[in-house]
Design a protein around this ligand. Structure first.
Ligand SMILES: Cc1ncc(C[n+]2csc(CCOP(=O)(O)OP(=O)(O)O)c2C)c(N)n1
Ligand SMILES: CC(=O)[C@@H](O)[C@H](O)COP(=O)(O)O
Ligand SMILES: [Mg+2]
Length: 592
């Protein structure tokens, strides 16, 4: 697959030996290489295809790694990885033990900053540029590449506000393809569209208003144009901003035509771009995302107070169903988690019932808003935290494992984790009946366990767990979907009767009545969760035991250990940290 030019490039030094005329051929080869590997191994596609020319031009013109290059989010950095010494290991991308899907400082000196969450690049690059000034390294250039959806985030604007009064040697490149994962939204998107077409708007340039030297827009697939503009910018001192226009998915027709699907398409035919359908049984259980999205529409049709909010993840979260069917009450606010939360709070003050759907990992960015704007005022916002637990191949930046710990310490907040689709559906139903305060409902990425989930709604009692099975020697207390593992623990063991299983449902408030029952009856107790063991559900049970004077108990806390979990298939990751049937059986054999 590697052709003439690419196979000789082990680092940007080799790239810089090529005559400029050969760079378009290299771009073709690099594109084919990315397509070939992502087609077979999966991963993010469209964003990297869109910046192939930019990637080559940056490493050709600038002196990386001495000049610092920061990719925002980092899902578009596959070409960068391949040109910076990782071509031969690129087929291990996102796999257990393989390279990360995002730039990572520990992986390469060319990865100037670790990324995964969006909109950090300008702040980080400015920080490096200021450090260079202080160190007297005045020739060093600091480059941030940021997409049009990511630059709309508050954090990017906070950084621009600072850049504009600095003298930092920083180049911000806006890669404008009018897309996030879904189409970009908002007034800035409209402005950028106008700037591309309308000279009058260019005279009132928002970037120049920030006191930053603006150039563009230029065609980001035109290598000669890119090279000459970057050469010119190299000689301009102080903060500068280059606006380039690209096509997400460039070079693979199907990816250009369906940019949402080909953001991260799964396996596909490298020649035709045709997606390879996963071998599907006739009736698969639904994804939790679809249970959320379809249930919300069902509820919103009968309760006109319900509104839906997503910060830039309408497809991923399945809020797209409500956006399609009830657009006047569904809002994609762009990559703006903080705004999403406070927007929900504002709506709740007026009697609306906001379902604010945010990936667990991205809610970390809006922590203060959860406390200050929602919880202190006890506003009944319904947080639906998708991608809770281990998410698999996206790795450490994306695992939703901290939420139980970081939410549990917030007063007023109810925290619920459904065991299955039906519980997700029923807690959503319960929440919209009217709660006095906020609730966080957290559920994982991917498929559930039930085919017949669309059953009539029933109310769940807040703070009440469920006894799945009584036992005599060991009590297993589970929270969330990981509790489904326990039924596999019972397979092939002869002492089933000794092992009890309680589905606790709520991390807050805890079902104290059920816990008293457990602590009075059992000496051996196991808690299991797919969140961090530090501060999570198991910690809550330990605190309960301590507060109520339950002594001399064997309590085993199973969950995510106090370390960052890398990337790999979720099942592999769970096994690697002992969250497996095998390990459960081992522990049980010690106690039964
Ligand atoms: C804080 C945060 N919110 C949401 C996401 C999920 N996400 C990853 S890529 C992406 C879209 C980025 O769009 P853009 O910056 O325009 O880059 P493009 O994919 O178009 O190249 C989103 C929303 C994220 N990584 N970080
Ligand atoms: C780069 C990024 O943050 C997203 O593309 C993320 O990978 C989406 O995750 P899901 O595939 O779980 O929606
Ligand atoms: Mg974009």
């Amino acid at each position: 697959m590697i052709k003439e030019l690419l196979e000789h490039i082990a680092s940007p030094k080799d790239l810089r030996q090529l005559p400029k005329e050969e760079l378009p051929q290299l771009a073709n080869e690099l594109r084919d290489f990315i397509i070939g590997i992502v087609a077979a191994k999966e991963g993010h596609l469209g964003a990297s295809l869109g910046v192939v020319e930019l990637t080559i031009a940056l490493h050709y013109i600038f002196d990386t790694p001495n000049d610092f290059l920061v990719w925002d989010v980092g899902h578009q950095a596959y070409g960068h990885k391949i040109l910076t010494g990782r071509k031969d290991v690129f087929e291990t991308n996102r796999q257990l033990g393989g390279i990360s899907g995002f730039p990572k400082r520990s992986e390469s000196e060319y990865d100037a900053f670790g990324v995964g969450h969006s909109s950090t690049s300008i702040s980080a690059t400015l920080g490096m540029a200021i450090a260079s000034q202080l160190k007297g390294e005045l020739d060093k250039l600091h480059i941030a590449v940021i997409g049009d959806a990511s630059i709309a985030s508050g954090m990017a604007f906070e950084a621009l506000n600072h850049v504009g009064v600095s003298k930092a040697n920083i180049l911000i490149i806006l890669n404008d393809n009018a897309m996030g994962i879904d189409p970009s939204v908002g007034a800035l998107k409209n402005y950028l569209t106008n700037i591309k077409n309308n000279k009058r708007v260019r005279k009132h340039n928002i970037i120049e208003a920030f006191n930053i030297d603006y150039s563009g827009p230029i065609d980001g697939h035109d290598l000669p144009a890119l090279l000459s503009e970057l050469e010119r910018l190299k000689t301009v001192s102080g903060p500068k901003f280059l606006h380039i226009i690209t096509t997400k998915g460039k070079g693979l027709q199907k990816a250009e035509e369906d940019q949402v699907k080909y953001h991260a398409p799964g396996k596909f035919n490298a020649k035709t771009g045709e997606l390879i359908a996963k071998s599907e049984l006739n009736q698969q259980p639904p994804k939790y995302q679809d249970v959320f999205g379809l249930t919300l529409v069902e509820l919103a049709k009968t309760n006109d107070k319900i509104v839906g909010i997503t910060p830039a993840m309408p497809t991923g979260s399945s809020l797209k169903f409500m956006l399609d069917q009830i657009p006047e009450r569904a809002f994609d606010v762009g990559i703006a988690e903080q705004h999403a939360v406070t927007l929900a709070a504002g709506m709740a003050t007026q009697g609306l019932i906001p379902f604010c759907n945010i990936y667990s990992t991205f809610l970390q960015r809006a922590y203060d808003q959860v406390i200050h704007d929602v919880a202190i005022q006890n506003l009944p916002v319904v947080f639906c935290l998708d991608r809770a637990g281990l998410v698999g191949e996206d790795g450490a930046t994306h695992h939703g494992v901290f939420d139980l710990a970081y939410l549990r310490c917030i007063p007023n907040l109810i925290i619920f984790a459904p065991l299955n689709e039906l519980e997700l559906r029923n807690i959503m139903y319960t929440a919209q009946l009217g709660l006095k305060g906020p609730i966080a409902i957290r559920y994982p990425r991917g498929m559930g366990t039930m085919q017949n989930w669309q059953q009539p709604f029933s109310t769940l009692e807040i703070g009440k767990g469920e006894t799945i099975k009584e036992g005599s020697k060991v009590a297993i207390l589970s929270i969330g979907t990981i509790g489904n593992m326990i039924k596999d623990v019972y397979i092939d063991i002869t002492n089933k009767g000794e092992i009890a299983h309680y589905n606790m449902r709520f991390v807050k408030p805890l079902d104290e009545e059920l816990l008293h029952h457990v602590f009075k009856k059992f000496k051996n107790i196991i808690t299991i969760e797919d969140g961090t063991i530090v501060g999570g559900f198991g910690s809550a049970v330990l605190e309960f035991a301590q507060q109520h004077g339950y002594k001399d108990k064997n309590i085993e806390i199973l969950g995510i250990p106090d370390t960052f979990i890398e990337h790999g298939k979720s099942e592999e990751l769970f096994n690697s940290i002992g969250l497996s049937v095998h390990n459960m059986k081992k522990i049980l054999s010690l106690w039964t």
